[in-house]
Every structure is written in structure tokens, then in C-alpha cells.
Design a protein around this ligand. Structure first.
Ligand code: ADP
Ligand code: MG
Length: 448
């Protein structure tokens, strides 16, 4: 297994920070940050502007360094530097493919890895993916604007960049100018353009676009001047059928302090949402991410992650990276036990602070049977039933795999666990007393 590179390191760290910070703070301060430099002892985080730099240094430095040191224990120095990921030394510049002599040079604001090929489609994002593909196939004609909304880490940036990459990839002869811009960068550029007297250039740049992709438009909230400017940009492009794609964390009408004329325009094309992925989709995403990165993790580990990390695809990836790096640093084979340990803080912080020990203790008190008897190999009738309830709880409350449940209860093979869990599942459906018992046990568990 390989060491985490700069990107993976930061992704793993962001995955953790996202969990401990409020959503608003996380999005505001960690958007568009990346690792500029990384060696054994030092890491430099690139940030989009001086304000963010100051804020991270003063408010979040401790959390950031602690998180990074978990991933790279040898780190001594964590620094911040104002920079942009595509063009480290200068302001972002928009280039069309034709300005570029070589065939395969990267677009300065699009990340080439965000393509439709690597985007997994399921029920939760089917509409968004389909409309995005339609727009990429015929920009400016089908849905304009296309407005995609959904929670953090659910693939909005990936999808909108996939549109850009697809159009760039196909337009080598037609010279399409694609601009991808996070809303905050649009705002910053606008402010800079005013202060440096370069408004005309700013306007021309954006109004020249064939395709304008604006990410996280909710950050226009309360910014009146930028809203005004964006309104004119939007109209100028829309009138001549240039494609506009916008992402947001909520529907247009729900963005606070956004002018009505803007929110109504945002809603006049197609509005498509991305929901949290279901279990099968989370499993599919994990499998595909592992393939992409050439990691091989056993199914029990992937299942554990998929069962427990439900609402954020970035976190799914972050969890994989953490487990891989932990195993590598400690020279361990990845297993469900390792996954439980490594992801403990993420999963506990969601209120699921259950442990096998707790379930055993509460059940032992509830049934008035000693734990050592519950764990014994004796097969008395009065022991079998409580054991099956424990298996059921381990499965349903902690999402443990059957092999793990078998091991915890000293069973030689996991079919006993499957059988036990299924038995209770069937009974639950028809047995009111059992349901009441389970409710009581769960109450005791949450109080334990
Ligand atoms: P958002 O912009 O909605 O916060 P991102 O687009 O940054 O989310 O997605 C977070 C991570 O999850 C990215 O690494 C992205 O590639 C990955 N991701 C999100 N949705 C999918 C998907 N459907 N298939 C594959 N990867 C996905
Ligand atoms: Mg995004």
C-alpha cells in the first residue's frame, strides 16, 4: 500500500475536520484549500486569500495540526500560504484549449479527475447526473440555467466539473471557452477588479464564456454588489444562449439575502437535487474509489464504512484513506477491527457511542445472566435466546458484520450469527412483547 500523497492527506484531514466543525465554518474556511507542499516534517496549506490564512492560523491551527499529525506523525510544522491550486503563483487565468500548444495540458480551473466516467450514478443523484450529461452534450440548448443543489460532499463540484471537462474534451475544434469558478472566487475577483480599476477586463472575461460554471452560489448571500454584477453577467450570457450551470447547498428560494430577481432566474431552467446515497450506492462508490487508488481492502472493512458513514461521499473516501494510512504506518492488515478503531471518533461523534461491551453489559443486566455465561459455549435454551438478541443488537445498532458478531460471541463460524440475527428479525415482525423488550434494552443502551 502506498503512502498518502498531498491530496490524499488533505482529503483525509478535511474529512475529519468536517465532522468536528460546524457546516458553515467548514465550508467558509476550508473551501479551496489544498496542500501546497508536504514532506516528512513540514506541510504548507494553500489558501485562497489572506483573510482565510489569518483565520486558519488564529482559529483553527490547533485542530488542523492535530488532525494532520494523526495522519503523518512525524510532522513538526504546519504553515499556510495564499495560493491557487491551478496556478500557484498568479491569479487564476482562463484559457481555452486552443490557447494551449500541447494536446493534453490541464485546464487551469478544472480538475481532470472529475469526469462523468468516475461519477457513480444511483437514485440519489440520477436526475442531476442526467441533466448534467444533457447539458454537456448540448450546451446552451436544453436546460439553461442548470441549477444543482445538495449537501456537503455529495458530488456537486464533481458533477459541474465533469460538465466542463466533457465540453473541453469535445471542443478542440469548436473553441469553447469554459469557466469554472467557485462563487467566492468570483466575489474576490470582482472586488479586486473594482479596486484595481479593471472592471472592463473582469466583465469581458466572464461575458465571453461559452459555458459558465459557478460553484456554491449560496455564498452570494448578503453580497449586494457581487449579486448586482452577477445578475448582469447572467443576463448577458443567458440572452445569447450561453450555458450557465450553478451549484448550491439549497434551492434558490432558500438562499438567504439573495435578491428575488436572482433566485427567480436561478430557478427558471432546470433545478436538480443530489440526495445522500443509499447503502448500495455507498458500497459502489467505495469499491470504485479503491479501484481508482489501487487499494485492496477486505469486504468487511468496506461494509463497515458503508454502513456507518451515510451522509457524505467525501467522508467515505476520507475513511478509506485513513484506514489505509493507519495500516501502513502500523504495519497492520486492514480488518473490521482496525476500521472500528480508526473511525472511532467520526462514528462516535454521531451519537452512536455503542460498544460491544455496552451491549453485553446491558443485556446481561436485562436478562439477569452473567456475561461469562452469555459468552460461553453452553447451549442451554435460556442462553440461546438472549444471545440471539445480542447478535441482533450488534447487527442493527452497531452494524457489525456477521463474522465479527460471531467472533465477539465466541462462535466458530459466522452462520450462527446470521441465523441468530434472522431469527430475531422474523420474530420482531410478529411479536409485540419482543418489540417492547427490544425498546427497553435500547433505552438502557442509550442511557448506559
Ligand atoms: P460537493 O461539491 O457536493 O461538496 P464534491 O463534488 O466535492 O462534493 O464531492 C466530494 C468527493 O466525493 C469528491 O472526491 C467526489 O469525487 C466524490 N464523489 C461525490 N459524488 C460521487 C459520485 N456519485 N461518484 C463518485 N465520486 C463521488
Ligand atoms: Mg463543492
Amino acid at each position: 500500500m502506498k503512502k498518502l500523497d498531498e491530496k490524499e492527506t488533505w482529503q483525509a484531514a478535511l474529512g475529519e475536520l468536517e465532522v468536528v466543525l460546524s457546516k458553515a465554518n467548514f465550508t467558509t474556511w476550508f473551501k479551496d484549500t489544498f496542500v501546497l507542499f508536504l514532506n516528512e516534517e513540514e506541510i504548507i496549506i494553500g489558501v485562497p486569500n489572506a483573510f482565510t490564512k489569518e483565520w486558519l492560523e488564529n482559529k483553527y491551527h490547533l485542530q488542523i495540526s492535530q488532525t494532520l499529525k494523526k495522519i503523518h506523525p512525524g510532522l513538526k510544522d504546519v504553515k499556510y500560504s495564499v495560493s491557487s491550486p491551478a496556478l500557484p503563483r498568479s491569479a487564476p487565468k482562463i484559457v481555452t484549449k486552443d490557447d494551449i500548444p500541447e494536446e493534453k495540458i490541464a485546464h487551469p480551473t478544472l480538475n481532470g479527475k472529475y469526469t462523468f466516467e468516475t461519477f457513480i450514478v444511483g437514485n440519489s443523484n440520477r436526475l442531476a447526473a442526467a441533466t448534467a450529461q444533457a447539458v454537456a452534450a448540448k450546451p446552451g440548448t436544453v436546460y439553461n440555467p442548470l441549477f444543482i443543489y445538495g449537501g456537503v460532499g455529495l458530488g456537486k463540484t464533481h458533477l459541474v466539473q465533469a460538465i466542463g471537462n466533457e465540453i473541453i474534451g469535445k471542443s478542440s475544434k469548436t473553441k469553447k471557452k469554459v469557466i469554472y469558478v467557485p462563487c467566492e472566487r468570483f466575489t474576490n475577483e470582482f472586488i479586486q477588479a473594482i479596486s484595481s480599476g479593471k472592471m472592463n477586463e473582469f466583465k469581458k472575461n466572464y461575458r465571453d464564456a461559452d459555458v459558465l460554471l459557478v460553484d456554491d452560489i449560496q455564498f452570494l448571500s448578503g453580497k449586494e454588489g457581487t449579486q448586482e454584477e452577477f445578475f448582469h453577467t447572467f443576463n448577458a450570457l443567458h440572452q445569447i444562449n450561453r450555458q450557465i450551470v450553478i451549484t448550491s447547498d439549497r434551492v434558490p428560494k432558500a438562499i438567504p439575502q439573495l435578491e428575488d430577481r436572482l433566485s427567480s432566474r436561478f430557478g427558471m431552467g432546470m433545478v436538480a437535487d443530489i440526495q445522500a446515497p443509499n447503502l448500495e450506492m455507498r458500497q459502489a462508490i467505495l469499491t470504485s474509489k479503491c479501484e481508482e487508488k489501487k487499494y485492496s481492502l477486505p469486504d468487511e472493512v468496506l461494509d463497515y464504512i458503508a454502513q456507518n458513514i451515510e451522509s457524505n461521499i467525501r467522508e467515505l473516501e476520507g475513511a478509506v484513506n485513513r484506514i489505509v494510512s493507519y495500516c501502513e504506518l502500523n504495519n497492520l492488515e486492514p480488518s473490521e477491527d482496525v476500521a472500528i478503531k480508526v473511525l472511532e471518533d467520526i462514528i462516535v461523534s454521531r451519537g452512536k457511542n455503542l460498544t460491544v461491551e455496552k451491549i453485553l453489559k446491558v443485556s446481561s443486566e436485562f436478562f439477569n445472566i452473567e456475561i461469562k455465561d452469555l459468552l460461553s459455549t453452553r447451549r442451554n435454551k435460556e442462553l440461546v435466546w438472549p444471545r440471539q438478541i445480542i447478535m441482533y443488537l450488534l447487527r442493527h445498532e452497531m452494524n457489525l458484520s456477521y463474522p465479527k458478531i460471531g467472533r465477539e460471541l465466541n462462535k466458530k463460524d459466522h452462520t450462527t450469527a446470521i441465523h441468530g440475527v434472522e431469527k430475531i428479525e422474523k420474530e420482531v415482525a410478529r411479536n409485540d412483547d419482543l418489540r417492547r423488550e427490544l425498546t427497553l434494552i435500547k433505552e438502557k443502551l442509550s442511557a448506559a
